[in-house]
Design a protein. Structure first.
Ligand code: ATP
Length: 269
């Protein structure tokens, strides 16, 4: 892998074995007695390289295969075929070392302990990662300031609003200072002011801290504001890989609305 690549995926595919059921009671009973299995191709021969310090948007319609791809890049899922290197490692075979060098936020699901205040989860993560206390205190102070956590991080996670909880998840993902950050719909459920605060935080993470970020989102304003490059997945395949500028140029419209351009890509891909 070239030294400047944070992520290098070559010909990656993922399929799942699923049970096919017809509709109606009779079909449901038949499927219990003799289930019909079929292979569902969810990610199909995806090749993708991401340079260190790049802010990449991974876009695509619902069910396109984005989360499945991220789960393979983080080592949660094993590809059916193809090769993945993240920070030079194969994520699913070197999970422990990989976990030290990546952070991940899945907006729909928390990684924090549900019954504990977020600050306690962050303290447990400090011990798991072996972060020196002074470093931990500095990062906590910074995250508290930039993400506005102090107002609610002593509340049990289960009592937090979605937007509050995801901000705590972001702090947890970055606590061990990983060079690569995976964000799967991180601003879901956030109000306008908090969204802007989180975007500013993410900009700082890339511009000042040099992190590599791979972001999936359905919010095209976010993409236009944050990302250097868009990779669009449709039906498990890469349908577009390039900058927003190149996409606009291809449409001969420098001011074209990013949402309209991406919608067009969804339809033609
Ligand atoms: N474990 C699984 N078993 C069977 N099918 C699965 C599994 N996980 C995901 N899928 C299917 O794979 C497809 C892609 O799902 P995925 O979650 O990767 O999509 P996505 O692009 O992240 O969508 P969204 O934008 O809605 O979050 C969907 O059709 C989904 O039902």
């Amino acid at each position: 892998m070239e030294a400047e690549l944070a992520i290098d995926a070559a010909g990656v595919s993922k399929s799942f074995e699923v049970t096919v059921r017809g509709s109606g009671m009779r079909a449901a009973v038949r499927s219990l007695i003799r289930p019909v299995r079929e292979t569902k191709q969810v990610v199909d021969d995806v090749s993708l390289t991401v340079r260190k310090g790049e802010f990449l948007a991974l876009l695509g319609p619902n069910g396109a295969g984005k989360s499945t791809l991220i789960k393979m890049l983080t080592g949660v899922l094993v590809p059916t075929s193809g090769e993945i290197r993240v920070n030079g490692r194969v994520p699913h075979t070197d999970r422990l070392a990989n976990a030290r060098d990546i952070g991940a936020v899945f907006g729909q699901r928390t990684q924090l302990w549900w019954d504990l205040p977020a600050v306690e989860s962050l303290n447990i993560l400090r011990d798991i990662y072996g972060i020196p206390r002074a470093e931990h205190a500095d990062r906590m102070a910074l995250f508290s300031e930039l993400l506005g956590l102090a107002g609610f991080w002593r509340t049990p996670v289960r009592h937090l609003s979605l937007g509050q909880r995801v901000r705590c998840d972001l702090a947890a993902a970055l606590l061990h200072d990983p060079p690569v950050l995976f964000l799967d719909e991180p601003t879901i459920g956030m109000d306008l002011v908090v969204k802007e605060q989180v975007r500013e935080f993410l900009r700082h993470q890339v511009a000042d801290r040099g992190r590599t970020v791979l972001l999936t989102t359905h919010d095209m304003t976010e993409v236009a504001q944050l990302c250097d490059r868009l990779v669009l997945i449709n039906g498990g395949k890469v349908a577009y890989d390039g900058t927003l500028g190149a996409l606009r140029a291809a449409h001969h419209d420098e001011d074209a609305d990013v949402e309209a351009l991406v919608r067009h890509l969804y339809l033609v891909a």
